[in-house]
Design a protein around this ligand. Sequence first.
Ligand SMILES: N[C@@H](CCC(=O)N[C@@H](CS)C(=O)NCC(=O)O)C(=O)O
Length: 226
Amino acid sequence: MAETVKLLGTKGSPFSHRAEVALRLKEVNFEFLHEDLAHKSDMLLRYNPIHKKIPVLVHEEKPIVESLIVVEYVDEAFNGYAILPSDPYERAMARFWARYIDEKVIPAFWMSCWTDEEMQKGFIAQAKETLTTLERQLKGKKFFGGDSIGFVDLAAGMVAFWFGILQEVAGINLLNEEDYPVLCRWADDYCSVEAVKESLLDRKLLVAHFASKKEKIFATKAPVYD
Ligand SMILES: N[C@@H](CCC(=O)N[C@@H](CS)C(=O)NCC(=O)O)C(=O)O
């Protein structure tokens, strides 16, 4: 009997995106259950009672939450495309960079978009520093994962697709070809990978989504992604 795999997520979420791309790379048949985050489903609250966030992967009725953990689970539970490297040291390095992206790169960029004055200056300085670190890390490679996308590329999907949209809506210009040519080239290559393309929402829809939430996000002044 076929395994049942469900993904609770939204097409606009960079965290859902990680899980979806992992499933697509592995060619797993799955059902995408779209969550309305303004009215969370009973299923989401039941399967992720602690954080109440998407994505949630449900494999044979067992829930797995937190996008990077979901990606690691998908890599281990299904055959096919290797998302993490097999070498233990390389695996540890991939986890290091994925964590760096979650803990440093994304919050600094997000806060640069949604703050102003002195506070924004501080976040912009941090964001530039983290983007420079990523630029250096990527130099000489096609993807963070080498010749094909891997764990760190999935972790950085938000940098590749969402950062351009966020900075457009916020009216700032942090990630650009002049300052980060390697990252920008990588972003184009990443977004051209079939499994990635299939899981990306139309850019215009996302611009409209963040534009409609701009005031609310700005008022939040915290790295809470909605
Ligand atoms: N650390 C989490 C972050 C997930 C996350 O922030 N999801 C957002 C959507 S992009 C969400 O569910 N927000 C709803 C809420 O915070 O109530 C992960 O990597 O899965």
